[in-house]
Write a protein that binds this ligand. Sequence first.
Ligand code: ZN
Ligand code: ZN
Length: 180
Amino acid sequence: MQKKNKYTILVVAVIQIIAISLFTSCTVNTPSTFCHATGDATNPYEEITVDDATAKEHLNHPNDIYPVPIGGCPTSPLVIENDKITICHATGSTTNPYNEIEISAKGLNGHADHENDLIPAPEAGCPESLVIGMEGKITICHATGSTKNPYNEITVSVNGLNGHDKHSNDIIPAPEGGCN
Ligand SMILES: [Zn+2]
Ligand SMILES: [Zn+2]
């Protein structure tokens, strides 16, 4: 008898856990943080936290992305095609640190919580070595075009790279030994 009671309690507990997780996954959450597209190329996104009513307005903005990624809003404007953006997803592998993937600009398919993802992917492709961000910043070698001094070592924002995502000759991240 004692055994049977314990079993019943366990079954009830399991059913409760399943019920709670089903309920949670069925709840539709209106996003509360947005990268609101400003239309200004030098400062393309404003990071905002809004209530439900205001969120509904931002859901209608085609260039807004949500939620705000953990590394902050991109510092360069994203190319959104059919609501999709291209990012570098951090794999956790040292030999192949990033996967270049397409995700939804609306919701980010859960990648907003991935601390090491790069949003967007640089135009020259995802880095071949892992970018270690210091509070959302990384050091890169910016190609100057000069033969005498080909690179400037600079620190930029991980997401958007302050527009250097468009520079195909930049080295991202800067090698350990420095740029030159
Ligand atoms: Zn990711
Ligand atoms: Zn650059």
